[in-house]
Write a new protein. Structure first.
Length: 292
């Protein structure tokens, strides 16, 4: 929640023009935190060798696409509409788990997922602040997020890279290409010529966004490690309850519509139903000593 709120206000209060530059900052923060932690033996992941790119692929490409599309969509949509459209990540994750991981889900889970999507359709259909570019970015972000979650679940085997190795090498492999893309699109120049770099509050907010971005990525990987990719996605949707409703009160960019409000609440009801079914299933099948 604080990561999304920090990024949103960075773009809204200061009109920061360069989401890709912020993505570079978040990757740099990830590399710095994990490298220093590895040197101090706080975390462990394998040293680099020529097999690591093969083990990671296609995660680095998905990672940078997820990063850039997520930051871009956050800057162009109101918080409530952003959280509604992000719900489409859930059925995409469900589909990719079936295709890539071969998982099967009971009908009750599938019904709760499609309840969330029904609510999203109702809410988005009455959006009075329609922004085609913002909708495009957030739907791309849904695709990248779903693929990222499923492939992370597939590749965070502790005997291979582990969760810290996945985070560290993803950031290492993609920070240089992202800098090159930022230069070629003019994003880097816009960022370096931004007028608020001498403003302490802006610099503090920028650095905070970088470190909160790392915290968001780490918590997502950790949740995927202990649960399924689908559960991680739905937990994110439940977390967005606070984002959506607080965004209505303090965001300043929400345009109220009864249909939109009803759709938003249907989304939340479906998410809570999924959580109930998942927790009940976990309790039913849990054995003493189960790590999860």
């Amino acid at each position: 929640f604080f990561s999304f709120l920090s990024v949103k206000y960075l773009f809204m209060l200061f009109s920061f023009p360069s989401p890709m530059f912020l993505g570079i900052g978040q990757m740099a923060a990830t590399i710095l935190i994990l490298y220093v932690s590895k040197l101090n033996k706080i975390v462990h992941f394998p040293d680099f060798d020529k097999s690591i790119p093969v083990k990671l692929f296609p995660l680095p490409l998905i990672y940078v696409g997820n990063h850039i599309s997520g930051l871009s969509s956050t800057s162009k949509l109101s918080l409530p509409m952003f959280t509604v459209l992000r719900k489409f990540t859930i059925p995409l994750t469900l589909l990719l788990e079936i295709i890539i991981l071969g998982k099967r889900h009971p009908l009750s889970i599938i019904v709760s997922v499609f309840t969330i999507i029904l609510g999203a359709f109702i809410a988005a259909g009455s959006d009075l602040s329609f922004n085609l570019e913002g909708y495009t970015f957030v739907l791309l972000n849904d695709i990248f997020t779903a693929a990222n979650g499923v492939y992370i679940k597939q590749k965070i085997d502790p005997k291979e890279l582990g969760k810290y190795g996945v985070l560290f090498y993803n950031a290492c492999f993609m920070v240089v290409p992202t800098v090159i893309i930022s230069f070629s699109t003019g994003d880097f120049e816009q960022a370096t010529h931004f007028q608020h770099w001498t403003n302490f509050l802006f610099v503090f907010q920028f650095i905070l966004s970088c470190f909160l971005g790392f915290l968001l990525m780490y918590s997502t990987v950790l949740c995927s490690h202990y649960n399924s990719a689908l559960t991680t996605t739905v937990v994110g949707a439940i977390k967005n309850i606070s984002i959506a409703y607080i965004g209505m009160l303090i965001g300043g960019d929400y345009i109220f519509s009864m249909l939109n409000f009803i759709g938003l609440n249907i989304c939340m009801a479906g998410g809570l139903r999924y959580s109930f079914l998942t927790l009940r299933g976990s309790n039913k099948h849990a054995q003493p000593g189960d790590e999860e």
